[in-house]
Design a protein around this ligand. Structure first.
Ligand SMILES: *[C@@H]1O[C@H](CO)[C@@H](O)[C@H](O)[C@H]1NC(C)=O
Ligand SMILES: *[C@@H]1O[C@H](CO)[C@@H](O)[C@H](O)[C@H]1NC(C)=O
Ligand SMILES: *[C@@H]1O[C@H](CO)[C@@H](O)[C@H](O)[C@H]1NC(C)=O
Ligand SMILES: *[C@@H]1O[C@H](CO)[C@@H](O)[C@H](O)[C@H]1NC(C)=O
Ligand SMILES: *[C@@H]1O[C@H](CO)[C@@H](O)[C@H](O)[C@H]1NC(C)=O
Ligand SMILES: *[C@@H]1O[C@H](CO)[C@@H](O)[C@H](O)[C@H]1NC(C)=O
Ligand SMILES: *[C@@H]1O[C@H](CO)[C@@H](O)[C@H](O)[C@H]1NC(C)=O
Ligand SMILES: *[C@@H]1O[C@H](CO)[C@@H](O)[C@H](O)[C@H]1NC(C)=O
Ligand SMILES: *[C@@H]1O[C@H](CO)[C@@H](O)[C@H](O)[C@H]1NC(C)=O
Length: 367
């Protein structure tokens, strides 16, 4: 009798233990039933959330609101790198990841749906995520930095990034944007840096399906933008127009702007009354016509095998001490006539110029 009571007691004890998950430690998810335990018990996970093993079913984390540590999902060390099962991970309640958000493939994650996450306090990285097609970060407003290497990505959903956590400098590096058509949610906002000594940087290459890229951040140290992988010349580059100035940007200042293959035009945002560039470089053998819509620029360097026209707008009159160099052009037409759209195509800076250098052929009798 006592034996029976004893084992009953043990049974009850064990059952309670199984239900009472410790929400304060690290947690590993390898299957849906792990996620079920979490959803039913933990609004807040005090430690890290680690995805691992051989996940082969969809994981739902509705109910979890906060991960106080990091979110990590790496390919298993013994995996061959071959992904044979796809799965989705979603949570409609998650609001905060207070550490890093680190995905490292190849893993079979196909869709990551976290529409209500607002902050990821440390860096966000998607490395070698060969099977990821959709990311839903609709309400993500702040992170430290973002790395994107997502060759199959079709959509990166985000309304509008507002800035960087904890006064971090901020950095976005896109090495493969897959077939996303828009990245404006990341770049269009008038993001102001935490302080003038820590300006953010942007590096983008390989965004072949983007047609228009809007950059609205207020102050940027370096922006280096290419539609293709650098030195990838086996497929035709995309045709991307770069718009400097988002819907709410009055001022955009970029200390170093470099555009490469795939960027075929630069425009100024409609609200932008002060577009100020330190040094501008266009290295692009496909571009044919280029207009430089800057209010201020101190250095212009252009290399363009097929460039036929370069336009300096009225604002160029105020460019102070600018140095302009153009090289490897074959048939550049420079003239200050009025073009088909009724615009005069060349204004000389009327302040001191630092230098003016052309290496190549100018087809018009200009100077
Ligand atoms: C992963 O799980 C699936 C289904 O459960 C199985 O078919 C597959 O062989 C497993 N792969 C590895 C590497 O264990
Ligand atoms: C994952 O992506 C790789 C690389 O594109 C592909 O070879 C593989 O078939 C994909 N796996 C599945 C299950 O779709
Ligand atoms: C992931 O979600 C999408 C959209 O809901 C669905 O079409 C797809 O089948 C899901 N993937 C898996 C592996 O269940
Ligand atoms: C999100 O980050 C911003 C910027 O660091 C901060 O002001 C805000 O309090 C954070 N929100 C949460 C919920 O952590
Ligand atoms: C961020 O910088 C602002 C202004 O420089 C300062 O007031 C604030 O305390 C800083 N916040 C943190 C989390 O360091
Ligand atoms: C870009 O435009 C050029 C000239 O109009 C065209 O030949 C090329 O196919 C276009 N590229 C793409 C990827 O559409
Ligand atoms: C334009 O912005 C730059 C950089 O923020 C600033 O130095 C300059 O004074 C501004 N010019 C005008 C006319 O407001
Ligand atoms: C120089 O350009 C500015 C701005 O366009 C204009 O106001 C000014 O009259 C010009 N000065 C001369 C000497 O042409
Ligand atoms: C003009 O620019 C050159 C380099 O481009 C620089 O060395 C020089 O100091 C500048 N002069 C003034 C007056 O700013």
């Amino acid at each position: 009798m006592t034996g029976l009571l004893h084992s009953l007691w043990i049974l009850i004890f064990v059952t309670t233990c199984a239900l009472a998950i410790d929400c304060n430690g690290d947690f590993t998810i390898t299957k849906e039933s792990d996620a079920k335990d979490l959803r039913e018990n933990c609004k807040i996970i005090g430690g890290n959330l680690i995805f691992g093993g051989n996940i082969s079913e969809n994981i739902n984390l509705d109910g979890v609101e906060e991960v106080q540590g990091s979110w990590r999902h790496h390919r298993p060390s013994d995996s061959s790198g071959k992904v044979d099962r796809l799965f989705n991970i979603s949570s409609s309640t998650l609001k905060l990841v207070d550490g890093v958000f680190d995905l490292w493939g190849p893993i079979g994650l196909e869709r990551l749906i976290l529409p209500n996450v607002g902050n990821i306090s440390e860096s966000v990285s998607f490395d070698d995520m060969t099977n990821l097609t959709h990311v839903d970060f609709t309400n993500l407003k702040y992170f430290r930095s973002l790395d994107l290497e997502t060759p199959k990505l079709q959509e990166f959903k985000i309304d509008e990034l507002k800035g960087f956590t904890r006064n971090y400098t901020g950095r976005i590096f896109i090495s493969d944007g897959g077939s996303v058509e828009s990245l404006d949610g990341l770049f269009k906002g008038p993001i102001a840096p935490a302080n003038e000594d820590a300006l953010p940087t942007i590096t983008i290459q390989n965004i072949p399906h983007v047609k228009q890229l809007t950059l609205g951040w207020k102050s940027i140290l370096k922006a280096k933008i290419s539609g293709q992988l650098w030195y990838q010349h086996w497929s035709p580059p995309p045709n991307i127009t770069l718009i400097l100035g988002g819907p709410d940007s009055e001022t955009v200042q970029i200390h170093e702007l470099e555009t490469r293959e795939g960027i075929i035009g630069i425009e100024r945002g409609s609200k932008t009354s002060n577009l100020s560039i330190g040094s501008f470089m266009s290295m692009n053998d496909m571009i044919t016509d280029l207009r430089l819509p800057f209010h201020q620029v101190s250095e212009v360097r252009i290399r363009g095998d097929r460039m036929t026209s370069l336009e300096l707008p009225k604002e160029a009159e105020q460019w102070n001490n600018v140095s302009i160099s153009i090289w490897l052009v074959r048939s550049l037409r420079l003239d200050s006539s009025v073009n088909a759209e009724g615009r005069q195509t060349w204004y000389w800076p009327n302040q001191t110029m630092s230098s003016f250098y052309i290496l190549g052929d100018v087809s018009t009798n200009f100077l």
